[in-house]
Design a protein around this ligand. Structure first.
Ligand code: SF4
Ligand code: SF4
Length: 70
């Protein structure tokens, strides 16, 4: 099982910002809602870059993991 962003479809307004920042081409818009394709590449290409979460204005896409540095 691969770790990948979690999408709240109800919050997604289809702005496409996350699609444009994901240079691994993992995200696409389907019926104006972001959808994950090639989920296995999310970890391998950018190692949890979280740019999709950072750029999303509505909080519709986020990482389920929180990295804590002690
Ligand atoms: S975490 Fe990075 S590589 Fe993964 S979907 Fe988001 S922008 Fe793309
Ligand atoms: S940035 Fe957020 S609101 Fe915009 S398409 Fe991506 S998940 Fe949806």
């Amino acid at each position: 099982m691969f770790e990948m962003p979690v999408i709240d479809r109800a919050k997604c307004d289809g702005c496409g910002l996350c699609v444009s920042v994901c240079h691994c081409n993992i995200l696409v818009l389907v019926d104006n809602v972001v959808t994950i394709i090639r989920e296995e590449r999310c970890v391998s290409c950018n190692r949890w870059c979280t740019q999709c979460e950072d750029v999303c204005p509505t909080g519709a896409i986020r990482w389920p993991l929180e990295i804590v540095i002690e």
